[in-house]
Design a protein. Structure first.
Length: 147
């Protein structure tokens, strides 16, 4: 059974990322399952730190992108929107090249908050980073008022 209010394909999600930070750092959506969203990000000059390994902030950007997109698919976007409240990440393994692949799955899908678990691996399916993202679910009219 699918958790999505708004079903989406990887092609549609990649199109939504045009002219955003996600596109600038090379995030590409790969799959949308019944209860997960999967994407990858290259480990290249856009996403490494000076030591030549994957930048922790790039991993967090991938995690927040995955969780926020997945959270948006769970709500009625005409009435609600999601925004990040808190994110954390534990960096487990360094990565110098290739792709980091992230999968976001829900821990909690409530009316006012959502919590997402994002696990990132290398191409050999070894854990690189784990992240947890908490989203606030806001009414669109209130969110636009600055309140």
């Amino acid at each position: 059974m699918s958790i999505w209010f708004t079903p989406a394909s990887p092609t549609a999600l990649n199109a939504l990322s045009a002219r955003t930070m996600s596109q600038a750092i090379g995030i590409e959506f790969l799959e949308v399952g019944d209860d997960y969203v999967k994407a990858r990000m290259p480990v290249d000059e856009r996403t490494v730190q000076p030591a030549g390994i994957l930048h922790g902030g790039a991993s967090v950007a991938l995690a927040e992108t995955l969780g926020s997109v997945a959270g948006t698919l769970c709500i009625d976007p005409r009435q609600k929107m999601v925004v990040g409240l808190e994110i954390n990440a534990n960096h487990i393994r360094s990565l110098r090249s290739g792709f980091v692949i992230g999968v976001a799955r829900p821990i909690h899908l409530g009316g006012t908050t959502q919590i997402w678990d994002i696990r990132m691996t290398n191409e050999q399916d070894q854990l690189v980073c784990v992240s947890r993202l908490t989203l606030a679910v806001l009414n669109r009219e209130r969110a636009g008022s600055g309140a």
